[in-house]
Design a binder for this molecule. Structure first.
Ligand code: HEM
Length: 417
C-alpha cells in the first residue's frame, strides 16, 4: 500500500478488529504514514515502531506516567471519600514519575529477585495441580476454572494471604479495575470503588501489622523489612494493592490468550506438548503476539521533538506495544508464530523505567500452568468455536474459553478414583 509519509490512507484504530486479525500487515501499512503520527480518533500521538516505542519507554523526563493529576481533578467533582482512592492510587509506582517512582519501586524491586521468585516454584506447582484437580466435568471454561484462579492464588500466597481471604481479594481487585482501566475516570461508578478501597486498605493494614509483629517468609514481609524503605503505611498498602492487581489480571489474560491460540491451532498445541524444552521461548512468543498489554499511555511533560514531530505539553502519547512487537526492522517474519523465537525483544512487559517487576513471576506461572494443562489433558480441544478475541486500544483478551478435556483424561481420572 503506497501512502504518502504523514498521510495514512486509512485512519489508524489501535483497537480495530483488523489490527488484531493481522497485526503485522496492519501496522506495516500504518507505519507508512510515519513512526509517530497524530490520531484524531485516539486524540493522541501514536508511536508505532520498535525503536520509537523503546525510546518512549526509556524517557521518564519529557514523557510522564503520572496519573495523580487527572485523578485529583476527578476527585474534585466527587464525594470527599473519593480522596482515599486517589491517596491509594498515588502509591502505585506505575502512576508516578521519578523521583517518587524510584522511591516506591526500589523496596519492591530489591525483594523481587529472580532467586526469591524461583523459591515460589513449588507453591506455584501445587496451586496449578490443585486447580486442575478441581476441574468438574468434561467441558470446562478455561478462563474461569484455570486462567482466573491461578494468578490470584499465587499473588495471594506471595503476599502471605491465606485461605478464604484470597477470594475476597479477587472481588476487590475486580472492583478497582474499573477505575484503573478507565480512560475517562470521571465517568465510572463510584460506590463499588469506594467500598473496595476501604476494605482493601483495612485488610492490608491488618496484614502489614501482622507481618511486622510476626515476620513470615512472604515477599510482603521482605518488603516491610527492607532496611532503607521509607514507605509510609499508606504507600505500603498501595504497593500491596498494586502487586495484587498488576500481578493477576495480566497473567490471567496472558493464559487466556495463549490458550485461545492453542485451541484455535491444535497443531501448535501438539507441537508444544512434544517440545517442553521450548516452554520458555513459547511464553515469550505468546507475549509478543497475544500479550495482554497492547498500548501504554504517557503524557507529554514538556514540549519536545520526537521522530520528526512536535509534541506539546499535555498531549497523550500511546506507545503501541502491538505495533512494536510486529516491527519487521526487529522481528524476522513478524506475522509468523514461532514458539522457538530467540532472541525475542518484545515489549509485552514494557521496557525501561517502568519495566514490569513481575516479569519473572509472570513467565514462570505461564510456563508451569500451560505445561501442566497440556500434559494432564493430552486430548484437550476446543468445545465449539473458540470465542473471538476482543481488543481495545489498551488491551486484548477473550472469554469464555470452552474446552473439552477429552476421553483419555476422563478415563485416567476415573481410574484414579
Ligand atoms: C504476564 C503477566 C504480566 C504482564 C503482561 C505485565 C505487563 C506489564 C507492563 C506492560 C508493565 C509496564 C507498565 C508501564 O510501562 O507503564 C508492567 C508494570 C508492572 N508490573 Fe507487570 N505484567 C505482568 C505480570 C506482573 C506480575 C505477576 C506482577 C507482580 C506480582 C507485576 C507487577 C508489575 C508492577 C509492580 C509494575 C509497575 C512497574 C513500574 O511502574 O515501575 N506484573 N507490567
Amino acid at each position: 500500500m503506497a501512502w504518502a509519509k504523514g498521510k495514512p490512507a486509512v485512519q489508524i484504530d489501535l483497537g480495530s478488529e483488523a489490527s488484531l486479525r493481522d497485526p503485522a500487515g496492519y501496522f506495516a501499512a500504518a507505519r507508512e504514514g510515519g513512526d509517530i503520527q497524530w490520531s484524531d480518533l485516539h486524540r493522541a500521538w501514536l508511536v508505532l515502531s520498535h525503536a520509537e516505542v523503546e525510546a518512549g519507554f526509556r524517557d521518564g523526563t519529557t514523557l510522564s506516567s503520572d496519573r495523580t493529576g487527572p485523578l485529583q481533578r476527578v476527585a474534585a467533582s466527587r464525594s470527599a471519600a473519593f480522596e482515599r482512592v486517589v491517596e491509594l492510587l498515588s502509591g502505585w509506582m506505575n502512576f508516578r514519575d521519578p523521583p517518587f517512582h524510584t522511591r516506591l519501586r526500589e523496596p519492591v524491586r530489591s525483594v523481587f529477585t529472580p532467586r526469591a521468585i524461583s523459591a515460589l516454584e513449588p507453591e506455584i506447582r501445587s496451586i496449578v495441580a490443585g486447580t486442575l484437580d478441581r476441574f468438574d466435568g468434561d467441558v470446562v471454561d478455561l478462563s474461569q476454572a484455570f486462567a482466573k484462579p491461578i494468578p490470584a492464588l499465587v499473588i495471594a500466597a506471595m503476599l502471605g494471604v491465606e485461605g478464604e481471604e484470597r477470594h475476597r481479594l479477587q472481588r476487590w481487585s475486580d472492583d478497582l479495575s474499573s477505575i484503573v482501566f478507565a480512560i475517562t475516570p470521571g465517568e465510572v461508578d463510584e460506590a463499588p470503588i469506594l467500598t473496595a478501597t476501604e476494605e482493601f486498605s483495612d485488610f492490608f493494614s491488618g496484614l502489614i501489622e501482622r507481618e511486622r509483629a510476626h515476620p513470615s517468609r512472604s515477599l510482603l514481609s521482605a518488603i516491610i523489612a527492607v532496611d532503607d524503605s521509607d514507605l509510609t503505611h499508606l504507600e505500603l498498602i498501595g504497593a500491596c494493592t498494586l502487586l495484587l492487581f498488576a500481578g493477576h489480571e495480566t497473567t490471567t489474560t496472558l493464559l487466556i490468550n495463549a490458550l485461545g491460540l492453542l485451541l484455535e491451532r491444535p497443531q501448535l498445541a501438539a507441537w508444544l506438548r512434544d517440545h517442553p524444552e521450548a516452554d520458555a521461548t513459547a511464553v515469550d512468543e505468546f507475549l509478543r503476539v497475544v500479550g495482554p498489554a497492547r498500548t501504554m499511555v504517557r503524557k507529554v511533560a514538556a514540549d519536545h521533538e520526537r521522530g520528526g514531530q512536535q509534541l506539546r505539553r499535555g498531549q497523550n502519547v500511546f506507545l503501541s506495544i502491538a505495533a512494536a512487537n510486529h516491527d519487521p526492522a526487529v522481528f524476522e517474519r513478524p506475522a509468523e508464530i514461532d514458539l522457538e523465537r530467540d532472541p525475542n525483544p518484545h515489549f509485552g512487559f514494557g521496557w525501561g523505567l517502568h519495566f514490569c517487576l513481575g516479569a519473572t513471576l509472570g513467565r514462570l506461572e505461564a510456563r508451569i500452568a500451560l505445561r501442566a494443562l497440556l500434559e494432564r489433558f493430552p486430548a484437550l480441544a476446543a468445545e465449539g468455536p473458540v470465542s473471538p478475541p476482543r481488543a481495545s486500544a489498551l488491551g486484548f483478551g477473550r472469554r469464555p474459553l470452552l474446552a473439552r478435556l477429552g476421553q483419555e483424561a476422563r478415563s485416567q481420572r476415573d481410574t484414579a478414583s
